[in-house]
Design a protein around this ligand. Sequence first.
Ligand code: SF4
Ligand code: SF4
Length: 413
Amino acid sequence: MSKVFYTSARALDFDFHVSLPAKLEELLEQADLKGFIDANDYVAIKMHLGSHGAFRIVRPVFIRKIADAVRSAGGSPFVTDTVRIPGLEYLEVANANGINHLSVGAPVILADGIFGKDVINVPAGEILGEIGVASAIYEAQAMIVVSHCKGHIAAGYGGAIKNLGMGGIGARNRDGLPERGRMHFAQNTQLEWDMDICDFCEKCVNVCPHQAINFDDRQIFLDQARCAKCARCARVCPSGALVAPISQEIFQRSLAEAAGAVVSTFKPGKILYINFVLEVQPECDCMPLADVPVIQDQGVLISDDIVAIEMATLDMMGKAALLPGSKGEENSGKEGHILQKITGKDPYSHVRAAAELGMGQIDYELVEIERKSGKWENAMNFDPQDRIPLKPKGHGWHREGPGHPHPCQGSGS
Ligand code: SF4
Ligand code: SF4
């Protein structure tokens, strides 16, 4: 059974020590970063940088705490993701979302380069064969996988496995062909379009981040060179006219295989996972929007076991209060886990696949951290000229102790 440390999003006192940033510091203490970071290790802080319309990514204040903790442990942190939309545009999106060197205290780079082609092929498994892991992640000595946990149109759930399985893989291979897209399109097949059921709504056109699909006189056209095979156009098609030909099971297993390939490039014990269960929106941060959160904020989880932390996260989401006016409430009458109700996909599917690949344990022990330990250190570090005693009201008799003896003991005033 693996340990998963957790701290609640609630702050039940007027004290920094119960704030979420402070409790994250405590979680990082408990995780003992010195135990898995060696001096001068390059440590990849893998996160999602958002998109033009998706702003509910993990906030810079938390990324900075993580980068500071890495540096305190002797490592050299860098914040990274792989190319989703065109590379330089993605770095602009990151900047607009508040993630840059100044805000997070570490360089922000694209792990597969600005063209998304810097990859190193790694054995993945039966379905994928080999897959191109982003080179900066491949070469890093240690990694902290920071995941904003939410729904996902293809996987049902987007957490740490999705963060690595898609986000640790290069957008393209060295020849410029879609690499990550091999998970969405079995055997690298092509989009299929059924004109008879297409209602020409153009949702597919509007959602494409690469302007790779369009209509000309009621005929759909694809620009093969631009298309990254992300399958977003097919996933949003309301009529089922546009299809990425792959079964749900193969897709979910591919995702676990790809995550396993990324993990395999690190020595054992060199990866830590941090799941933020905050602003749990129905959709991935890749989408050009961020709907309102579907459940109440839960908190932050941390573990060195990717399967255990995903199980704990999903179980927690399943018990959380649904938020009024959200897709959570709208779909509350349906069967299954809240993310299944919203996305129609089993959110545990790729987590179980990862467990079957031996990536971690299904069973977990949840250890709650309620507050950051210690006190403010400079409480009496006043300039003597500025220091004045506040005039006490009352006698303080109810506060026996040093400086407050009870009057019956003869030493009171
Ligand atoms: S989203 Fe589907 S129905 Fe709408 S135009 Fe595209 S293929 Fe046709
Ligand atoms: S799969 Fe669809 S949405 Fe994705 S890049 Fe290709 S055309 Fe655009």
